[in-house]
Design a protein around this ligand. Structure first.
Ligand code: BEZ
Length: 249
């Protein structure tokens, strides 16, 4: 069965445009060249794929969300629904790019095997995603809300936030030379942490009723108010990004 994932592209763009705005340095690190073929893993609505194409490369975007793939296509990007855990490509791309997606993939070894297989020899893999310590308080708030309400069921953490040492080793074990890898703490202001939970906690709360979800949000907000809120700065999300550039040998 094909895995898919449901996102509302308009809500996502309205509340999280910072995700692609903050990723321009990752596009700089990719340094796309005229005529190159680039795979964008987790292309979303195609915003960053368009930036890569503006710099002269041709992009194929893949995403688990049919709605996002549709948006990407409407923006002129070639795109298809596919999972990094089942990529149908062999030695096709000069570079593979990914922003804010790989922390959703628990099967990180399989993802790296597929990325290596899809790249041509000498091809580069440039990505940024949540690294060790990412969104610590948000994840803790969710865990505590589930603990306090056994009727919510078990909290299953769907995210993978590796350390640079762990991820470097995995890449090297799969034939990559890691040229750069770094954790980047990124305190990010957010107007409404409730919206963040609606958009990003959808996977862990999909089974909750509407009333339970409201209770879940209230519980999380109570905890988060003490940890990531101040009158002066408002809500500030405690992101930590792992940024990496590796070359397939
Ligand atoms: C992130 O983009 O860093 C993120 C997304 C979902 C949960 C936690 C963090």
């Amino acid at each position: 069965m094909q895995e898919t994932n449901s996102w509302n592209p308009d809500e996502y763009k309205k509340h999280t445009s910072f995700v692609s705005e903050l990723a321009l340095p990752v596009v700089d690190l990719l340094d796309p060249k005229v005529g190159e073929r680039v795979l964008d893993l987790g292309c979303g609505d195609g915003t960053l794929a368009q930036e890569i194409e503006r710099r002269g490369a041709k992009v194929l975007g893949v995403d688990l969300s049919e709605e996002m793939v549709q948006k990407a296509k409407e923006s002129g990007i070639e795109a298809m629904v596919a999972s990094v855990t089942a990529l149908p490509f062999t030695k096709e791309f000069d570079a593979i790019f990914s922003n804010a997606m790989l922390h959703w993939v628990k099967q990180s070894d399989l993802a790296i095997v597929n990325i290596a297989k899809a790249l041509k020899g000498g091809g580069r893999f440039v990505a940024e995603f949540g690294g060790e310590g990412n969104a610590h308080h948000l994840v803790k708030a969710m865990e505590l809300a589930f603990q306090k309400h056994p009727e919510f069921g078990e909290f299953v953490n769907p995210w993978y936030f590796p350390s640079p040492a762990e991820y470097k080793k995995k890449l090297e074990n799969n034939g990559f030379k890691v040229e750069y890898i770094e954790l980047i703490p990124r305190q990010t202001p957010m107007e409404d942490v409730g919206k963040w939970l609606e958009i990003f906690a959808n996977g862990v709360t999909a089974h909750l009723s509407k009333e339970q979800f409201e209770l879940f949000k209230d519980e999380c907000k109570k905890y988060l108010k003490e940890h990531i809120y101040s009158q002066m700065d408002g809500w500030v999300i405690d992101y930590v990004r792992l940024r990496v550039k590796a070359v397939k040998l």
